[in-house]
Ligand binder design. Structure first.
Ligand code: URA
Length: 190
């Protein structure tokens, strides 16, 4: 299936209620941003806030992402921001990483977004996004962040970056590194 425009894709995505499986939900969280975005950011999956508002990266990780974008001179509204899994993986009311089964059920939507938007640069935020984008289950973030990759399915340059939640929870000292990666992404996208 190919979509004429982002609005058509969004409508179809929201109708794909099978995406919620029995393990996700209760709402679908579409990507957001303009169709002509030259940079795309791909996260892992939504959390509680994202699920309530059906928007990506609007909780704590979103605030750090916004701050990093600002410091790198990138206007969030000109980028396209999405997730591998377009819903909230949750167990006992807590966020969790998506399972392989959930990623496999959702991944075609990300490929549809990439095909439609044709960004110049795609920044993968964290391991789940990077392993999918680089088609490599063995990607190790510490060896990959900031490097440049290309893949057969897109003309975009692929750049792995830290997941904002990882920086928040474990490694605040990675913020400067993240800003540098985002600056490079901006440079390569213009
Ligand atoms: N919020 C999102 O939308 N995605 C993530 O990966 C984390 C927080």
């Amino acid at each position: 299936m190919t979509y004429k425009n982002l609005e058509e894709l969004r409508v179809a995505l929201l109708q794909d209620t099978g995406l919620l499986m029995s393990t996700l939900g209760p709402r679908i969280i579409p990507g957001e941003g303009p169709e002509d975005a030259s940079i795309m950011f791909v996260g892992e999956a939504g959390g509680k806030n994202e699920c309530e508002q059906q928007r990506p990266f609007i909780g704590d990780a979103g605030r750090l992402l916004n701050d990093t974008l600002d410091k790198a001179g990138i206007n969030r509204e000109k980028t396209y921001i999405t997730n591998v899994v377009k819903a909230r993986p949750t167990t006992d009311g807590k966020n969790r990483a998506p399972s392989t089964k959930e990623v496999n059920r959702h991944k075609d939507w990300l490929m549809q977004e990439i095909r439609l938007i044709k960004p110049r640069v795609i920044v993968g935020l964290g391991r789940i996004a990077c392993r999918l984008l680089l088609e490599d289950d063995k990607v190790v973030m510490s060896k990959s962040v900031g490097k440049i990759f290309t893949k057969h399915y897109t003309d975009a340059i692929l750049i792995p970056a830290w997941h904002p939640s990882y920086i928040l929870t474990y490694r605040q000292n990675l913020i400067e590194n993240e800003i540098e990666i985002f600056r490079e992404a901006k440079r390569l996208s213009s």
